[in-house]
Every structure is written in structure tokens, then in C-alpha cells.
Design a protein around this ligand. Structure first.
Ligand code: BGC
Length: 363
């Protein structure tokens, strides 16, 4: 797992400020009844103010999702909102916007949320390379920021650390998901995977949006897992399917026509694996017999396919864990407790052996 970066602990600072306030009130206490009454009224007022500033049901959260038209992020979004409500936030205080794949649109949405006085922002950036602009908006307005799912780059994360800003990223390390995809193939054994007995695994790769680190790492680390076993590999075709089922279907169709010798189809996510499966079937090929297919996410439909053998395996991208951690980070910021600047979680390898178990967990 990626190493967690330094922590930001505002709690101590805030606790110290509160303590000095209390001490001040005590030293000023007078012995007349009148001033005692006045003091207790003041204390009650202070308590109520503190209570309402800590009362999360009054807090406003602004959430932007890079596009609603993404199967995985729809599951994530629903779980995030449900869990925030479970934790005590009011649904009417949670604004969720569809950024429709436009960073410009997302920036406007964020500005409107800031103008409307949100207390915390949870952002699934459209273009992670433009995260600095988002961070500057939030920090400039003094609003804590929780990035989810699409991870900003190292330089951007370093700025949060260096400046001690209330900004964090919650997500999994995509290298792990790639490695687990590769391991699913490795576990099958070279003899079976290498259909044409040439001691080389011929594969095609269908990639997610190339700006997304998840796509970059899954592409790289899935193949690396095979090479790390000493297997020789040959990339026959590598195209961008943008996380999308229909695009992946078309690309795989083209790839399989050009390269009937394909032995493994790597897809950066399950939506694309489901598209690839349609083309594999149309090409008269059979997963598990003459070709192998892996995805990432563990969408319900993909898990059903793993159970019946029509997808070789997938990797559970645990949106429960991720959304719950994002909610916990949000609450920490609201309570002044602070957060690490990187909050990680683990992927889980899924094959026929545990697909039902994962399906039961997500249903
Ligand atoms: C998921 C993809 C999703 C992408 C969105 C990835 O982690 O695996 O399914 O499209 O996030 O950013």
C-alpha cells in the first residue's frame, strides 16, 4: 500500500483554544448572585453554540461526482449519501452534483457550493491534473476538502502536507488492483493460459480514461504481475475504452478480429469487461476454455459472470469501505479532529472461489 503521509492534527490547537476560553471565564467569576446568573446564562449560550457547531445534522456537504453516467461511481455515490445520513447528516443538507465530465462545470458547481456556505466538500475530480485549482478554491474559502476515487498527483498531495491544509484523498492504491488482476491469470497457470504453446502470453488491454491514475496503474501492474513470474508477454492491442461498456465492446471486437491469437483480455474495469465479453462471445470464443478475461470493481453483473465462469475474475473495488472512510474524514474535519492527507483501503481479488461471498456482501 502507498505510504500514508503526515497527519494534520487541529484537535490539539482547538482544544487548547477552548481550554483557554474556559479558564478565562472561571477567573472572571464574581460572587454576586447577579453575576453568577449572568455567567451561567453565558455558559449555557456557549454550550449551545458549541453543540450546534458540532451538530452534524446542521452541516452542509457539497459533493461533486465526475459523471453520474459511471456504473461504479453511481454505487459509490448512493452508498456515500446513505451512510452520511446514517451518521446523522440531513439529506436536505447534502448537495450532490453531476459534473458531466467537465472540469469547468465542476469548478462552477464548487464555487456555488462555497457561496452557499457548505461546511465540507467531497470531490470526485473530473481532471485530476487540474486538482490544484479545486484545492485553491476550497482552501481560499477555508473549507475542508475530501477528494475521492480519482487521485490527484504526488505534487498536488505534497502541497497539502507542506501547507498543513485540511485536504485529504480517500481511495485505494490502483497498483494493487492491477497486480491482483495479473495474479488471477498467473494462478491459472501458464500451460492453460498459453493456448498456442509458444511460451508467450498474447494479450489485449482495454484502458479506462488515461488521465486517471487507476487506468495507468492497472494497465501497468496487471502485466507486471505476469512478468514477475517470469512469463513472457506480448501486447497485441492497447486502446482507451474510457471505462465504458459500449466502447470496450467495439474495441474488443476490432482487437479479436485482428488478433485471433489473443489469450488474455485485460480490462481496467468491469463495465469494459462486460462489453468485451459480448465481443468474445460474438467471436465464438469461450472464456475459461480458449481465452481469459479480467476486470476490476466487482459489479453485480460481473460477479454473476465470474460465478458462472464467463468472466475469469475481477477485483473488488470496495466502495463501502471507501465511502465510509470519506464520511469519517468529513466528520473528523467538522469536529476539528483533522485527518491524514492520504486515507487508503484495500482491493480484494475475486475469482469463482469467493465471488458469491462478495455478491452477498454488496447485496
Ligand atoms: C473504477 C471505474 C470507474 C472509475 C471512475 C475506478 O476506480 O474502477 O469503474 O469508472 O474509477 O473514476
Amino acid at each position: 500500500m502507498k505510504k500514508k503521509m503526515g497527519s494534520l492534527f487541529m484537535a490539539g490547537v482547538i482544544a487548547a483554544a477552548m481550554l483557554s476560553g474556559c479558564a478565562g471565564a472561571e477567573s472572571e467569576s464574581a460572587d454576586t448572585e447577579e453575576s453568577a446568573e449572568a455567567e451561567s446564562a453565558e455558559t449555557a449560550e456557549q454550550d449551545t453554540a458549541t453543540e450546534s457547531s458540532n451538530d452534524i445534522s446542521q452541516k452542509k456537504i457539497g459533493i461533486c461526482i465526475y459523471q453520474f453516467d459511471d456504473n461504479f461511481m453511481s454505487l459509490y455515490r448512493d452508498e456515500l449519501v446513505n451512510y452520511l445520513v446514517d451518521q446523522g447528516f440531513s439529506e436536505e443538507n447534502i448537495t450532490v452534483e453531476d459534473s458531466e465530465l467537465s472540469q469547468e462545470k465542476q469548478n462552477q458547481q464548487i464555487q456555488t457550493m462555497i457561496d452557499n456556505g457548505v461546511d465540507v466538500l467531497i470531490i470526485n475530480a473530473v481532471n485530476t491534473s487540474e486538482a490544484a485549482g479545486i484545492t485553491d478554491m476550497a482552501v481560499g474559502a477555508g473549507i475542508p476538502l475530501v477528494y475521492i476515487n480519482r487521485e490527484p498527483d504526488v505534487a498536488e498531495e505534497q502541497r497539502w502536507v507542506d501547507n498543513g491544509w485540511e485536504v485529504t484523498y480517500v481511495g485505494c492504491d490502483a497498483r494493487q488492483s492491477g497486480t491482483l488482476q495479473g495474479n488471477i491469470i498467473v494462478d491459472i497457470g501458464l500451460e492453460k493460459v498459453d493456448q498456442n504453446d509458444d511460451n508467450i502470453v498474447q494479450y489485449i488491454m482495454i484502458e479506462g480514461d488515461p488521465e486517471n491514475i487507476d487506468a495507468q496503474y492497472r494497465t501497468q501492474f496487471s502485466v507486471k504481475a505476469l512478468e514477475d513470474q517470469g512469463w513472457s508477454v506480448k501486447c497485441l492491442y492497447d486502446e482507451v475504452g474510457n471505462w465504458d461498456r459500449e466502447s470496450a465492446k467495439q474495441l474488443s471486437k476490432e482487437a479479436l478480429e485482428k488478433h485471433p491469437e489473443t489469450e488474455v483480455v485485460f480490462c481496467n474495469n468491469d463495465s469494459m469487461a462486460l462489453g468485451a465479453l459480448e465481443s468474445i462471445n460474438e467471436a465464438g470464443r469461450t472464456v475459461g476454455e480458449d481465452i481469459y478475461l479480467v476486470g476490476v470493481d466487482a459489479l453485480t453483473e460481473a460477479l454473476d459472470d465470474v460465478i458462472d465462469g464467463s468472466i475469469t475474475g475481477t477485483v473488488f473495488n470496495d466502495y463501502f469501505d471507501q465511502s465510509h472512510r470519506a464520511a469519517a474524514a468529513t466528520i473528523n474535519y467538522m469536529k476539528g479532529a483533522g485527518n491524514d492527507h492520504y486515507i487508503g483501503c484495500d482491493y480484494v481479488m475475486v475469482t469463482k472461489d469467493n465471488a458469491q461471498e462478495i455478491l452477498d456482501r454488496i447485496k
